[in-house]
Write a protein that binds this ligand. Structure first.
Ligand SMILES: C[S@@+](CC[C@H](N)C(=O)[O-])C[C@H]1O[C@@H](n2cnc3c(N)ncnc32)[C@H](O)[C@@H]1O
Length: 376
């Protein structure tokens, strides 16, 4: 029965492909008025696919000029913007026109330009501007995508940005090598934190360790939300140093214990009944992930829980995040986006039980998977 269904599906897909690959079909679809809206939508989607890199570069220019912040304060004429940024008026008009096509800005009265709906949304998303700015490194590597896919890991500009991905001894990384990525992670952490905390995942937990916790932005938010929870952060020594400084400045030095070390070598802090791995596993290959999950399980108290939060591949409605990370992590030189079943298999191999996918509001930002150290 299954074989017949599979054969039928193949035949239907082959028929669809023949139809959609036929120029005549598209001519007819756009000539026939009932199908014209669909034909237009699909042509526009194909155009977006072709022009995506140009869109990203328009976005980069707008973000680097802080144009949206300026227009959010008050609409302005191209001439005033040109004078403020030391650019020719024609160049600013060109950029505004390009940005208007993307909904970032829009024409207002009396020759002025204001914020567009998408521009306003961008301002509302914490860390997005920092993310867009750091894409300059990624897009340098992506200029020739086939060359990127052929290149040995570690020989890219993005590998330099994320030095732990290819370092022989990640624990020896000096402070200046961890600053750019740690600052980016802290800036973008609020959107991930919102997804995780909306699930109220730490009810009944006494002590939580955040493994690969960066500068502590996540635990800072957890501390505010869960006043009785004891908190421990574990990250590379140079990052742990930054976390100590940040948490001390936030008055949380007593509340959050910070431990520096390499999770591939050093034991994780013991005595916790929950461990979180936020945007950590997708940076590593399966062997490291399996070893890390085993180490997390060994460090957890009986009855403890692990919580993994990161974007997952092939998530319905968020498929493109898989596209993004497939190439991003290739440029970084290590790791891959995983499907939920792949994560679950790794959790089981590490000895965890009762794996569970928790549906987040925006799986594009992060999905959450939890598992228990042992059966209750
Ligand atoms: C992508 S960042 C995520 C940071 C933070 N969890 C967040 O979501 O903002 C991955 C973190 O894992 C840490 N990390 C990578 N390799 C590590 C290792 N071998 N031992 C300890 N921490 C490591 C990095 O320093 C970095 O802070």
């Amino acid at each position: 029965m299954a074989a017949v269904a599979a054969k039928l599906r193949e035949a239907l897909l082959a028929r669809r492909d023949r139809l959609l690959a036929s120029p005549r079909f598209h001519r007819l679809a756009s000539a026939f008025w009932p199908t014209r809206p669909v034909a237009r939508r699909r042509a526009a989607a194909l155009f977006d696919l072709c022009a995506g890199f140009v869109y990203s570069q328009v976005l980069a220019a707008v973000v680097r000029l802080r144009l949206l912040e300026r227009l959010a304060r008050e609409p302005a004429e191209a001439g005033a913007l040109a004078a403020a940024h030391g650019l020719p008026v024609e160049a600013v008009e060109r950029l505004l026109l390009a940005a208007a096509g993307l909904g970032l800005v829009e024409r207002r009265t009396a020759g002025r330009w204001g914020l567009g709906a998408r521009g306003a949304e961008l301002l509302a998303t914490p860390g997005l501007a920092a993310m867009i700015e750091h894409h300059a490194v990624l897009y340098g590597d992506l200029a020739d995508p086939l060359e990127l896919l052929r290149r040995p890991p570690g020989e890219t500009r993005l590998a330099g940005y994320w030095p732990y991905a290819s370092a022989e001894d990640a624990a020896a990384l000096p402070a200046d090598r961890v600053v750019p990525y740690s600052a980016l992670m802290a800036a973008t952490q609020p959107m991930v934190t919102a997804e995780i905390l909306a699930l109220r995942p730490f009810r009944g937990v006494r002590r939580l360790v955040d493994v690969g916790g960066g500068e502590g932005a996540f635990l800072e938010a957890v501390a505010a939300r869960c006043p009785r929870l004891e908190l421990v952060l574990f990250d590379l020594p140079a990052v742990a140093e930054r976390a100590r400084a940040r948490l001390a400045a936030a008055g949380l030095a007593e509340r959050i214990r910070v431990v520096g070390g390499d999770f591939r070598r050093d034991p994780l802090p013991a005595g916790c009944d929950a461990a979180s791995l936020v945007r950590v596993l997708h940076d590593h290959d399966d062997t490291t992930v399996l070893e890390l999950l085993r180490a997390v399980r060994a460090a957890l108290l009986p009855g403890g829980t692990v919580l993994i939060a990161e974007p997952l591949a092939e998530t319905p409605g968020a498929e493109r995040v898989g596209t993004y990370f497939a190439l991003y992590l290739a440029a970084m030189g290590r790791g891959r986006p995983r499907r939920v079943d792949e994560l679950v298999a790794l959790l089981r191999r590490a000895g965890f039980v009762r794996p569970r996918l928790h549906r987040t509001r925006l799986p594009l930002i992060a999905s959450v998977v939890s598992a228990r150290r042992d059966a209750p």
